[in-house]
Write a protein that binds this ligand. Structure first.
Ligand code: HEC
Ligand code: HEC
Ligand code: HEC
Ligand code: HEC
Ligand code: HEC
Length: 179
């Protein structure tokens, strides 16, 4: 009997620690699910809730109207506030988010849009060549025209790029993408 009592004791503090760690881990997981995971799933919050679904699908504005340099330069470009204002001077100017837009315009402040798609520095990517060849935006970006918030719906790691290059007899030499 005595033997059992003494051998049980050392386990008690251990059990307590286990419980503390368990509660701590569960809390972290809950916080992740509630606060971080939806960001990933429905897309990051932007300074102004701009919707591609509304502007592209409902209002039929072409991608290149706003991302003007996508077929001409390495950088697609983001629409300047002036472009938004050219419409929103007249369209729903009293909407609270549009008034926010007007404040950016009046103060000549660019909108700091959160980036969703980016490559690491050691990767060279250029839109121009792909767009000129007729590769559609959705091949690499998914259905942006259906999104209220832009999100990356699939990974575009090296495997993704190289697979398409192989299929189209484009170069898969390392130096093409890594100068
Ligand atoms: C070619 C015209 C045009 C341009 C350019 C344009 N919009 Fe719009 N936008 C519209 C129209 C049309 C609506 C719908 C208005 C309505 O609901 O009656 C709209 C609606 C909106 C709304 C309100 C959405 C809601 O939830 O009701 C926001 C916010 C908005 N635009 C932001 C922007 C921003 C930011 C830019 C610049 C990046 C921009 N728009 C550029 C035409 C434009
Ligand atoms: C009315 C202007 C407008 C039109 C039309 C438009 N965009 Fe955009 N786009 C924006 C703005 C503003 C942002 C930044 C805010 C955001 O992410 O929603 C953006 C962001 C993006 C991003 C994310 C960029 C990043 O930094 O990661 C992609 C990709 C994109 N657009 C692709 C498209 C495609 C594809 C189309 C056509 C199907 C399109 N856009 C049409 C204004 C526009
Ligand atoms: C072959 C794949 C591919 C295609 C096709 C493609 N993109 Fe991209 N796009 C990318 C990659 C990769 C990035 C990230 C680039 C970087 O980090 O330098 C990107 C970034 C962007 C950005 C953000 C740029 C910035 O400077 O913030 C916009 C906007 C964009 N693309 C719009 C478009 C539009 C519009 C089309 C169609 C006309 C399109 N893309 C077609 C792969 C593609
Ligand atoms: C849909 C198929 C496809 C995808 C996806 C794709 N590429 Fe390409 N890429 C091509 C084709 C086709 C060429 C043209 C080769 C030529 O001109 O001979 C090319 C050319 C290039 C070039 C050389 C031309 C230039 O602009 O200097 C680079 C660099 C490149 N791609 C990088 C990438 C990277 C990085 C990715 C992934 C983020 C990617 N590509 C994804 C099909 C694709
Ligand atoms: C068509 C474009 C392309 C070609 C060709 C290519 N890479 Fe990459 N590589 C990429 C992209 C895109 C990434 C970044 C993936 C990410 O987002 O982490 C990458 C990442 C890498 C990394 C970082 C580790 C990783 O996997 O993320 C190494 C190492 C690498 N590449 C080596 C090579 C070597 C060696 C070759 C030649 C055999 C090569 N690459 C050819 C596009 C390419």
């Amino acid at each position: 009997m005595n033997d059992i009592n003494t051998s049980e004791k050392p386990f008690k503090p251990l059990y307590k620690w286990f419980l503390i760690i368990f509660v701590f881990a569960t809390t972290l997981i809950m916080l992740y699910l509630v606060y971080i995971y939806p960001e990933k799933r429905i897309g990051a919050m932007q300074p102004i809730p701009f919707s591609h679904r509304l502007h592209v699908t409902d209002k039929e504005i072409d991608c290149k109207y706003c991302h003007s340099y996508v077929d001409r330069s390495p950088y697609p470009g983001m629409p300047p506030v002036e472009l938004c204002i050219s419409c929103h001077k007249y369209i729903i100017p009293q909407h609270p988010e549009i008034q926010k837009l007007h404040r950016y315009y009046d103060e000549k402040k660019p909108i700091q849009w959160k980036r969703i798609f980016f490559q690491p520095d050691f990767v060279f990517f250029n839109h121009k060549r792909h767009i000129v060849l007729g590769v559609e935006c959705k091949t690499c970006h998914g259905n942006i025209e259906q999104m209220d918030r832009v999100t990356q719906s699939f990974q575009t790691k090296m495997e993704f790029c190289v697979t398409c290059h192989r299929q189209n007899n484009a170069s898969v030499e390392c130096y093409v993408c890594h100068h």
